[in-house]
Design a protein around this ligand. Structure first.
Ligand code: NAD
Length: 425
């Protein structure tokens, strides 16, 4: 694929365009070497695979899958695997770019990658998902590995998916290779604290933001969470534990709202039993659009991308917007939020708890020495707080919004590494 074709393919998706524009803003503000900036606009490597799967009715269905490695300058690729009907090469490449920037921002010795299969996991049986995962892993096995690229869970995948990936890769190599994935079950080398790490990290950055804004987090602090999956549920749980009041949550089918507060664990039980938030007692239904516009102190979008746009940004009524999801806010929405005085904790800062504990899992696995949960949490808190302060300092120095500040901070580290490694051939 020459550059023109690659460009056409990549730029066909809104997420990639958004990521490029954000990158441009940061490169301009920090006057980044244009040769470095040019390289970062493209992924290093992008693999498209066909994934034939034997379905329960014995038919074979062919799915399209991807693994994109955006940059391997700082270390092996790192990034989740997404199972969702809207997965495309362009979206996967954009998310891989975000992973490069996230890992660099946090000083992790990892590059940026992302994978995905266009499918609807909610309509597949456990056996079909296993077949899909094993074949997808086999198709991308040449470019993944503990020293090459290490997948993790994302939308539609979980620790069971990682266990199947680890097993398939290990079967092909001939011995157990737990380090090929992170976010795996504890019994095969997972880390304590990994399941909740992304949501926990979101909450830690909110605590840092509240300190910066002189805002108290207590029972009168209202929180809304869009997307009640792995990230949303754990973020809500942590905010609840801190003592804040969760007043609305949602999933893809809609949301529930109670200004007096919701019982997080009761919702979880309800969702596990009914697979739907609808019908939860003592709460009124709201749509996802309405949910984002409800008055609250802290809004956590933790679902999918492009939820806050120039159309609804002006209607948001929160003080802090903590991006649990990747790219929930479009570039056009940013200045509107800024003018409204909403403090945005950008995705590569807010939701990096997951990749950070993935890094801890990788380190523990390499050392064959596992930490207790307290140590994982303490180390996570330290790194989240230090990185938040680093971004805040850039925000003040360059007089840019927190998103551009996070990107500048990340690019300062990454560009140094790129320039010192030099150019080949
Ligand atoms: P998940 O599949 O566990 O949960 C996603 C949730 O969002 C589900 O509740 C789903 O019903 C809901 N949802 C889907 N479409 C929606 C829509 N249009 N409106 C409202 N809700 C919708 O996924 P997850 O792992 O929690 O990931 C959520 C987001 O966080 C994604 O953007 C992902 O890239 C990002 N993220 C995840 C991790 C991680 O460790 N899992 C790390 C960093 C970032």
């Amino acid at each position: 694929m020459d550059n023109e074709l690659l460009n056409m393919e990549l730029l066909s998706g809104p997420l990639y365009k958004n990521a490029l524009k954000q990158l441009d803003l940061a490169c301009t503000a920090m006057k980044l070497d244009p040769n470095v900036a040019a390289r970062l606009k493209y992924p290093k490597r992008a693999l498209i695979v066909s994934v034939p799967v034997r379905m329960d009715d014995k038919s074979i269905k062919v799915f399209e899958g991807y693994r994109v490695q955006h940059s391997l300058t700082l270390g092996p690729g790192k990034g989740g695997v997404r199972y969702h009907p809207s997965v495309t090469l362009s979206e996967t490449a954009a998310l891989a770019m975000l992973m490069t920037l996230k890992c660099s921002l946090f000083g992790l010795p990892l590059g940026g990658a992302k994978g995905g299969v266009r499918c609807n996991p909610n309509q597949m049986s456990r056996q079909e998902k296993q077949n899909l995962t094993r074949r997808y892993t086999s198709e991308i096995s040449n470019i993944i590995g503990p020293d090459k690229d290490i997948p993790a869970p994302d939308i539609g995948t979980d620790e069971q998916t990682m266990a199947w990936m680890m097993d398939t890769y290990s079967q092909e190599i001939g011995f157990a290779v737990p380090g090929v994935v992170t976010g795996k079950p504890l019994s095969i080398g997972g880390s304590l604290g990994r399941t909740d790490s992304t949501g926990q990290g979101v909450a830690y950055t909110i605590m840092s933001a509240a300190k910066h804004l002189n805002m108290t987090l207590d029972k009168d602090t209202t929180v809304i969470v869009q997307g009640y999956g792995k990230v949303g549920y754990s973020a809500a749980r942590k905010m609840d534990k801190i003592g804040c009041k969760i007043i609305a949550v949602s999933d893809e089918n809609g949301g529930i709202y109670n200004p007096k507060g919701l019982d997080i664990e009761a919702i979880h039980k309800h969702l596990t039993a009914k697979k739907n938030l609808a019908g939860f007692p003592e709460a009124q239904p709201v749509t996802n659009t309405e949910l984002l516009e409800l008055k609250c102190d802290i809004l956590i979008p933790a679902a999918v991308e492009s939820q806050i746009t120039e159309k609804n940004a002006g209607k948001l009524k929160c003080k802090i917007l903590a991006e649990g999801a990747n790219s929930p806010t479009t570039l056009e929405a940013d200045p509107i939020l800024f003018d409204k005085g909403i403090f945005v904790i950008p995705d590569i800062l807010a939701n990096a708890g997951g990749v950070t504990v993935s890094y801890f899992e990788w380190v523990q696995g390499l050392q064959k020495f596992f930490w207790d949960e307290k140590e994982v949490h303490n180390r996570l808190w330290n790194i989240m707080e230090t990185t938040f302060e680093k971004v805040l300092a850039v925000h003040k120095e360059y007089k840019v919004n927190m998103r551009t500040a996070a990107l500048i901070s990340s690019l300062q580290h990454l560009s140094k590494a790129m320039l010192v490694r030099g150019f080949f051939p």
